[in-house]
Design a protein. Structure first.
Ligand code: ADP
Length: 171
């Protein structure tokens, strides 16, 4: 239908990105190499409690994307506070990328993809397996480690490590 215009493949990579990690960045780098356009969507879900505001997560993500020389100039970042399928309808795209680190991620992601397909039958969820270097990277564990002033420098770029340090300074 109208989703593929002149064989332009536009994909969406949504997430909480609280905070964005090197694992997320790797998925973005690889997806940006495959697709013509990639929308990175920072989720703002009023039911969830985040460490960083949506604006802070967006700015960190934009900076990470901009300063990574391996990422093509085809990535745009957005904040979205509603269902991802509504974003995809608005952007006229049907390709949703999710990263998987293992079977636990996969079973969760599989259910999520079924729910999204029920809401929007045109959707195709594509799973990208993590790079083995990033298999243990998880935003929640990174926050926990940072809260104990642990070293997160191999897990997130310096700007995120600094932001975490500031958040937990004085604790
Ligand atoms: P969620 O959107 O479920 O809140 P995140 O913001 O942590 O989760 O992650 C967004 C997407 O990135 C998800 O598909 C998640 O599985 C994937 N992801 C997170 N960390 C990694 C990693 N280290 N390697 C590959 N994919 C990852």
């Amino acid at each position: 239908m109208f989703y593929i215009v002149g064989r332009m493949f536009k994909a969406v990579f949504p997430g909480s990105f609280d905070p964005p990690t090197l694992g997320h960045l790797d998925i973005i780098e690889r997806a940006s190499a495959i697709f013509d356009e990639l929308a990175v969507v920072v989720a703002e879900n009023r039911q969830k409690k985040y460490l960083f505001t949506a604006q802070q997560r967006l700015e960190m993500m934009e900076e990470m994307v901009k300063s990574n020389k391996n990422i093509r100039k085809n990535v745009k970042c957005f904040i979205w506070d509603s269902l991802i399928v509504d974003f995809m309808k608005r952007e006229k795209t049907r390709l949703l990328i999710r990263g998987v680190r293992g079977m636990d991620d996969f079973s969760y992601e599989f259910e999520l993809s079924m729910m999204n397909k029920a809401l929007y039958p045109h959707i195709e969820t594509l799973f990208m397996t993590t790079d083995p270097r990033y298999i243990v990277l998880r935003s929640s564990s990174i926050k926990e480690l940072a809260s104990f002033h642990g070293d997160v420098s191999l897990m997130v770029p310096p700007l995120v490590a600094d932001a975490l340090k500031k958040k937990f300074a004085g604790t």
